[in-house]
Design a protein around this ligand. Structure first.
Ligand code: FEO
Length: 395
């Protein structure tokens, strides 16, 4: 069933309450999500994006019922990733000659994924537009690397709707579609998690792109995202948040993340947290066991932090594989302007703190000198070193 967005613009996507994982198993979805697709019924009938492949049949059947597939004049594919383009093969099998407006890079990604070079691609770039009739048009804005090289947004004149694709989204199921209808705590929790875990690596480009869009002076009444709530109530609020988040964001928070074998490193983690709290009561301190807490949730807390402390015992002349994999993800997210400190227990060879130091420096963190390298179980003199770490991270 289509749902009204504004005037002759409708939502025809999928609210996916059952989704648990995204990007393979790289992103955990806790409160459902959506793949938002939009149908514009002006002089021309235009479809903006589709849905993920498992929902393709339902999507195409619904379009047939709502508008009649052969009445669709053109499709806009803002992004080739499969959660937006997954229904294109089923749709274009039924209406094969329909023009598909997309970037040159999207032609590469769509052709690479679906092997249909014969699709009627219409390549567009920033500033190009297509008429919708009734005095309205869609103006395209390339969103290169936000978050794929093929990403694009489309702005609808007259109704002042920015179809922003992945930007400004959240993995959150909102049956009523709009941000003012969403649970506000969940909305912001999921928006910052989405930014931290998906968009943060591209932060310098986010700021630049927002500046570019704002410089156009276009009125924006609605930001119609591809995932989660559609921003109709004060859409500027999420733009302002992105602007803030894109500039090496940090709050007065320190996150301690560790894994442990026989609880020695765990005791150090809690000692460090206690020292930070004692030294700086206004600083929020959070402690996570990397093996038992979801990595996306920890990364969201790292994103908010001004510093982190990371601990692992030594095992096999290295660090625990849980911590190694976690640091790989940490590096991928390209956090900036954050300090780090290292700690860990060992029984025999004791390489973990050195490895943690090197790996965190390689991930872009400024690693403080004080550390805790503790043989066997921590003694008073080991716990005493937690104060040095606290001071280095709070300064
Ligand atoms: Fe919503 Fe880049 O996928």
């Amino acid at each position: 069933m289509k749902k009204l967005i504004k005037n002759n613009v409708y939502w025809v996507g999928k609210v996916d309450w059952e989704l648990e994982l995204f990007h393979g198993a790289d992103y955990t979805v806790n409160h459902g999500s959506s793949q938002n697709s939009y149908l514009i019924l002006e002089g021309k009938t235009a479809l903006i994006d589709t849905v993920w492949m498992p929902h393709a049949k339902e999507f195409v059947d619904n379009l047939e019922k709502e508008v009649g597939l052969h009445n669709i004049d053109f499709i806009v594919a803002n992004h080739g990733e499969i959660d937006h383009s997954g229904a294109l093969p089923a749709l274009l099998e039924r209406i094969p000659d329909t023009p598909v407006y997309c970037t040159a890079n999207a032609v590469k990604s769509l052709t690479g994924q679906y092997h249909h070079p014969e699709w009627n691609f219409q390549v567009v770039k920033t500033g190009d537009s297509v008429e919708l009739g009734n005095g309205k048009k869609l103006v395209f804005v390339e969103m290169t690397m936000l978050h794929w090289p093929d990403s694009m947004a489309a702005y609808m004149t007259g109704d002042n709707i920015l179809f922003s694709n992945d930007a400004f989204g959240q993995h959150l199921a909102v049956e009523e579609l709009f941000n003012d209808k969403a649970d506000q705590c969940l909305l912001w929790e999921e928006a910052i998690k989405y930014y931290a875990n998906i968009l943060n690596p591209f932060s310098p480009l986010v700021k630049k792109k927002i500046d570019e869009i704002l410089s156009l002076g276009l009125p924006i009444d609605i930001i119609a995202t591809s995932h989660g709530a559609i921003w109709r109530d004060n859409p500027a609020q999420i733009v302002e948040k992105y602007y803030e988040w894109s500039q090496a964001y940090r709050e007065n928070q320190i996150t301690v993340a560790y894994d442990t074998m026989w609880d020695g490193t765990k005791k150090l983690a809690h000692a460090i947290a206690a020292e930070i709290s004692a030294l700086s009561p206004e600083t929020k301190v959070k402690v996570f066991n990397i093996s038992s807490v979801n990595k996306n949730d920890i990364m969201t807390e790292v994103f908010k932090s001004k510093a982190i402390a990371v601990g692992s015992p030594t095992v096999g002349n290295s660090i625990l594989s849980s911590v190694g994999g976690w640091i790989d993800f940490l590096k991928e997210l390209k956090f900036k302007n954050k300090k780090a400190a290292v700690f860990g227990c060992y029984g025999w060879s004791g390489e973990s703190v050195k490895i943690l130091r090197e790996r965190l420096a390689g991930a872009g963190f400024e690693v403080a000198e004080p550390e805790i390298k503790c043989q066997w179980n921590p003694r008073e003199e080991d716990f005493a070193k937690a104060a040095g770490i606290a001071k280095a991270l709070c300064d």
